[in-house]
Design a protein around this ligand. Structure first.
Ligand SMILES: Cc1cc2nc3c(=O)[nH]c(=O)nc-3n(C[C@H](O)[C@H](O)[C@H](O)COP(=O)(O)O)c2cc1C
Length: 194
């Protein structure tokens, strides 16, 4: 069974991307995968600073999140679009989690949380483009870390109108594309790790 880690690049309580990530996690479960949603607000990680790393290594919250990554084989990520790119929270999280810990060998390599994983990318924005401009940047970052990023991606425009009160996607066409992406990640991960 594919083990998919699902998260959003926003810590905001009412984050549209968290809603999208939660909806995608549910679709992944319906596709037969094990899906874990994590809220980055539960992992308060300082802005990457080389002096901080040299003095005290990887922050405790980043180490905890790193362990969660190691326990999964695929990713579903919903990124906000900030100034036409990924959010600083998402980039900071990736930066910390791409650093070696301890001797950097095996699972302590900075690539260990990423290498060999399959990822599906999503974005949600109140704007008309749905955050689509952030996704090529995220794709490039993840590919360089050894992640196989699926070609299909989903951007949800006018996302403040996209969710029903229960968190489900109100528009069936949008729901269908998120469902298809979640199923594709589950299937690709199953095949890759068979
Ligand atoms: C600094 C900043 C820059 C932003 N730039 C963009 C942008 O380039 N394109 C866009 O569609 N929305 C942009 N937004 C709006 C975000 O898409 C919107 O705040 C969104 O709700 C954030 O995601 P969240 O709801 O998951 O927290 C920007 C917001 C901030 C705070």
């Amino acid at each position: 069974m594919a083990r998919i880690l699902v998260f959003a690049g926003s810590a905001r309580r009412d984050s549209l991307n968290k809603k999208l990530a939660r909806a995608a996690a549910q679709f992944a479960r319906e596709a037969g995968a094990e899906a874990t949603f994590v809220d980055l607000d539960d992992y308060p990680i300082p802005v990457y600073h080389g002096d901080l790393e040299a003095a005290s290594g990887m922050p405790e919250a980043a180490r905890r999140l790193r362990e969660v990554f190691l326990a999964h084989d695929a990713l579903l990520i919903a990124s906000p679009e900030n100034n036409s790119s990924v959010s600083s929270l998402l980039k900071n999280t990736i930066d910390w989690l791409s650093r070696d810990v301890d001797d950097g060998k095996g699972d302590s390599s900075g690539l260990a949380p990423w290498r060999g994983k399959v990822a599906g990318l999503m974005a949600a924005s109140p704007g008309g483009f749905g955050g689509i401009r952030a996704l090529p940047h995220l794709r490039q970052i993840l590919a360089a870390l050894g992640v196989t990023v699926l070609g299909t991606q989903v951007a949800v425009p006018k996302a403040h109108e996209a969710f029903a009160a229960d968190g489900s996607l109100a528009d069936e066409r949008v729901a269908k594309s998120v469902r298809a992406l979640a199923a594709a990640v589950a299937e690709a991960s199953r095949k890759l790790h068979a």
